[in-house]
Design a protein around this ligand. Sequence first.
Ligand code: SF4
Length: 139
Amino acid sequence: MAKLYSQLKAKLNTIQVEGKTLYVVEGDTLLDDAQLKIYALAAWQSLWPVQVIHQINLTVIQPRIAAEPKTQALSAAVLLDWQRQMLHPAVARIEAGDTTEKSGSWCRWCIRKNECHAFAVHQGSIASEIFDDGVDPSR
Ligand code: SF4
């Protein structure tokens, strides 16, 4: 438990419970909202498993993109629905051997960009649209 807490603390600016609200604050290494939701679930279900939580405040601080922090407030029920409908099926796919990666805007801050095949293919398709080499791909 102490190890998980220190791992989460190393990734997050803030992770704490006040009353019935869980606060999770992340900085520049955020990929997308799903990442924050996973952090919130990990913190809640591992560090405060018996704590009654009604609201989760997910805050992103990315001063290079937005001057002000952005906070999304979720009810606990909405977060648990997301876990059941999105996260659990995704984990089940990975456990079944499907490690397909899907590139998109969330790749921007990913530390695996330089080794990711899906990202390389995506970047290649963007480059070929920008730089017309005169070759007709239908021939
Ligand atoms: S770079 Fe690859 S691993 Fe990283 S978020 Fe994009 S698709 Fe996923």
